[in-house]
Design a binder for this molecule. Structure first.
Ligand code: 6PG
Length: 472
């Protein structure tokens, strides 16, 4: 036995993770894949690392190759393929071995799998890995769940391969059971919201101002030098400035406006709903992808109702106009992250995880898709003291104060111009709802009590009441 760990699944993510373990960790890695040739292919196309890459021909072969206690990392598509791999490898593992699912699992599946594996004495760990292909290869952000004691054993394996933010590894244990995958799911929900808001501002600049892709790319590149500085804003500039080699047009102009999704964004919204958290910007982002996929229907609706972007949209690409958009996007982004964090905080209470919210922000500062300096501010807010909601954290209050008027103007102007801003407007409405001491669900309660005797509470008295309403 000579391999420190095994990686099952030689798709791009699995292969890159294996290469990362060999390269940055200096570990010897057993490679496993259903079609065996792929494992040999990974070794042969990386001659520098070949001495530390051991292709295996079967599960039995991988098991023989691994040092004991064994560590096996599964990196396959979420869903049934994970169950298939577990069924394949588990019978060969011994008590004390560690089996990791490093894919984008639904945390409910992780909870179920951990419970199923536990009686065997094998430790099952659900682990979120973010950073796309590049991250997997050179340094992802890693969100570890499962038993805390197991983390102590995994730490020396994972710290060397993780991203570093000012030298600090972007990996940590976040909580028992499905905590790692839950946090990864919320990371993706926030990713969706952030991307959707960026796309909405792109839409304003394209359809409301009439700018070409390249010019919009320049604006995002400029924004990336200040408060909005982040990987997502950076790649927005890069993608918008790219030219299609075939047609000479901007790349984005030849790409079909139908967004794909693999499920994590949707799960984040479902879980937020189950927890009673209004993650409305995340919801808006998931819904917008759904609407985008109905392209034919949209074309028909555009014919019937007229396309968007009425003339005279009050958006301008001058200094003030761009400043207003930049500030609005910053403000809305803050609200989206606050919603994501509110979901994490509630899940932590509900599932008894004691999620370290500051640490989560810290391990998201580098490696992952939503990485940005802004996450450092979030980490600091959590480390400065108790945070009821990020919107109320002192360091964020001022930013919201500074940005909300701009967000309000942008949403209002977009509405008047017929430009859709589902996530930006969701952020604004949520903020207005959240800060309103006297809401309107007193009416909802009255209605519920009228038609279903659902009862209500009174402002002036303790207790639960039912009123004899006039029946209609
Ligand atoms: C990451 C990404 C990655 C993927 C998401 C979203 O953190 O590296 O989040 O996991 O981008 O799953 O993918 P979809 O947009 O296809 O749902």
């Amino acid at each position: 036995a000579r391999a420190d760990l095994g990686v099952l699944g030689m798709g791009t993510m699995g292969a890159n993770l294996a290469l990362n373990f060999a390269d940055n960790g200096g570990f010897t890695v057993a490679l496993g894949n259903r079609t065996v040739e792929k494992s040999y292919g990974v070794r042969d196309s990386n001659p520098d690392l070949a001495p530390r890459l051991v292709p295996t021909d079967s599960i039995e072969h991988m098991i023989q190759t691994l040092k004991s206690p064994r560590v096996v990392v599964i990196m396959v598509n979420a869903g049934q393929p994970v169950d298939d791999q577990i069924a394949l490898v588990l019978p060969h593992l011994d008590k004390g071995d560690i089996l990791i699912d490093a894919g984008n699992a639904d945390f409910n599946d992780t909870v179920r799998r951990e419970a199923a594996v536990r009686p065997t004495g094998v430790h099952f760990v659900g682990m979120g890995v973010s950073g796309g292909e590049e991250g997997a290869r050179h340094g992802p952000s890693i969100m570890v769940g499962g038993d805390r004691a197991v983390w102590e054993r995994l730490k020396p394996l994972l710290e060397p391969i993780s991203a570093k933010y000012e030298g600090v590894p972007c990996v940590d244990w976040l909580g028992e059971g499905g905590a790692g995958h839950f946090v990864k799911t919320l990371h993706n929900g926030i990713e969706y919201a952030d991307m959707q808001m960026i796309a909405e501002v792109y839409g304003i600049l394209r359809d409301g101002v009439g700018l070409k892709a390249g010019a919009i790319g320049d604006i995002f590149a400029d924004w990336n030098t200040r408060g909005l500085s982040s990987y997502l804003v950076e790649i927005t500039g890069v993608t918008l400035r790219e030219t299609d080699p075939d047609t000479g047009q901007p790349m984005v102009d030849v790409i079909v406006d139908e967004a794909g999704q693999k499920g994590t964004g949707r799960w984040s919204v479902i879980e937020a709903q189950k927890l009673g958290i209004g993650a409305t910007t995340l919801e808006a982002a998931v819904s917008a992808r759904g609407v985008s996929s109905r392209r034919r229907e949209r074309a028909e609706a555009a014919r019937v109702f007229g396309d968007i972007a009425l003339p005279g949209a009050q958006f301008h690409a001058d200094r003030d106009g761009l400043g207003e958009l930049e500030s609005a996007l910053e403000c809305a982004k803050l609200i989206a992250y606050a919603q994501g964090y509110a979901t994490l905080a509630e899940a932590s209470r509900e599932f008894g995880w004691n999620l370290p919210l500051g640490t989560i922000a810290r391990i998201w500062r580098a490696g992952c898709i939503i990485r940005s300096a802004f996450l450092d501010d979030i980490a600091q807010a959590y480390e400065a003291g108790e945070v009821v909601n990020l919107l109320q954290a002192p360091s964020f209050r001022d930013r919201i104060e500074a940005g909300q008027a701009n967000l309000r103007r942008v949403v209002a102007k977009a509405a008047l111009a017929g430009l859709p801003v589902p996530a930006l407007s969701a952020a604004l409405s949520y903020f207005d709802d959240y800060r309103r001491a006297r809401g309107t669900t007193n009416l909802t309660q009255a209605q519920r009590d009228l038609f279903g005797a659902h009862t209500f509470h009174r402002l002036d008295r303790e207790g639960t009441f039912h009123h004899r309403w006039p029946q209609v």
